[in-house]
Write a protein that binds this ligand. Structure first.
Ligand SMILES: *Cc1c(COP(=O)(O)O)cnc(C)c1O
Length: 341
């Protein structure tokens, strides 16, 4: 298969239309077989549930080329499960988990020409999502839904090395207790846009959200979970029922414990403890880990000993090990790498 003529290492993180996408419709209580299509546009009624009451959820994952030349994705079964949880919380019909994985594989295989070569640092980003497609004016779930998967090639997250970022403790909340913070719903992002635009205007890279009930405990950023490293090399991640369960974070905690022999802890992290940590990172599919150099809490600066020039040593080891597993340079735990072709 001939690769597309794309300058892979200079690609940004934006939408580039690829050849095929998967579409399945839910009607009269069942999902149809689904099919690949060349049509990148969605046509729905002006009163569709997604347009009026934001009934939609999504996933994000990557396909990439391993060292030995195969195209793979990473733990798609966990994305399928998480989307099922999101759909259930939003009163949407669950798209069957095995069919979710099949759809992802079909779309990636159909767009293999857009999967960047090994070593380019670029990947094919995969976006499964679903939405209420039938008209709804009284507040209730839609009767009909559409599940889609499209792909877009994205460039290396870190161009010229991973520089630590500066984040602020936000005065906005991301997720309410017993709300929707634990599911990947578009509505969580819609209401975070004002907070991130404000943070950027003030010169910060990201927001640290606290728990909405007491505003004393660390939750996450708008789209990534936190990892901290203590001065005695313990890896700590915040525990909360309103955090989105990042697959990258869960994988990194496993790697810390089983590959690097580090002690790991998922527990509540109090804002007053931040100054005691040695390293901090943000984890998500896009970057794997972004190092955090500084957190600003209402004018009070917390600077991690790892500094503003490079990743902390434990963060770096975690990053190198997980990316090594993903790229096929280090043996993966059973079931983590899903071979497509
Ligand atoms: C998607 C997402 C993450 C990262 O999850 P991954 O599965 O690692 O990509 C973290 N936080 C939020 C709020 C998210 O939406």
């Amino acid at each position: 298969m001939e690769k597309k003529n794309i300058d892979w290492s200079n690609l940004g993180f934006g939408y580039v239309q690829t050849d095929k996408r998967f579409v399945s419709n839910y009607k009269n209580g069942t999902w149809d077989e689904g099919t690949l299509t060349s049509d990148a546009n969605v046509v729905i009624n002006e009163c569709a549930g997604v347009l009026q009451y934001a009934q939609t959820c999504f996933e994000g994952m990557k396909a990439y080329t391993t060292e030995d030349g195969h195209i793979v994705t990473f733990r798609p079964d966990l994305n399928a499960k998480r989307m099922a949880d999101s759909a259930a919380r939003l009163e949407m019909p669950v798209y069957p988990e095995d069919k979710f994985v099949e759809a992802v594989k079909q779309v990636v295989a159909a767009n293999a020409a857009y999967v960047p070569p090994y070593g380019s640092g670029a990947t094919l980003y995969v976006r499964p999502y679903m939405f209420g497609s039938s008209s709804v004016i009284g507040v209730k779930p839609a009767d009909e839904y559409q599940f889609r998967v499209f792909t877009t090639p994205v460039g290396p997250y870190f161009k010229g090395g991973a520089k630590p970022i500066t984040i602020k403790v936000s005065d906005f909340d991301r997720a309410a207790p017993h709300g929707t913070g634990h599911v990947k719903a578009g509505l969580n992002y819609a209401m975070s846009l004002h907070a991130i635009v404000t943070a950027h205007a003030e010169g910060y890279d990201e927001n640290m959200y606290l728990d909405a009930a007491t505003r004393t405990k660390v939750e996450e950023t708008g789209g990534a979970n936190f990892l901290f490293v203590t001065k005695d090399n313990k890896v700590v991640t915040p525990k909360s029922s309103t955090i989105l369960p990042s697959i990258t974070r869960r994988s990194l905690m496993y790697v810390a414990e089983h590959y690097l022999g580090l002690e790991v802890e998922e527990r509540e992290v109090h804002i007053d403890e931040l100054k005691d940590f040695a390293e901090c990172g943000l984890c998500g599919t896009a970057a794997v880990i972004s190092p955090v150099g500084k957190i600003v809490d209402h004018g009070k600066e917390i600077c991690f000993p790892s500094g503003m020039e490079e990743m902390g040593p434990v963060t770096k080891k975690l990053y190198d090990t997980l990316t090594g597993i993903q790229m096929g340079r280090i043996e993966a735990p059973e079931g983590w790498i899903c071979k497509i072709c």
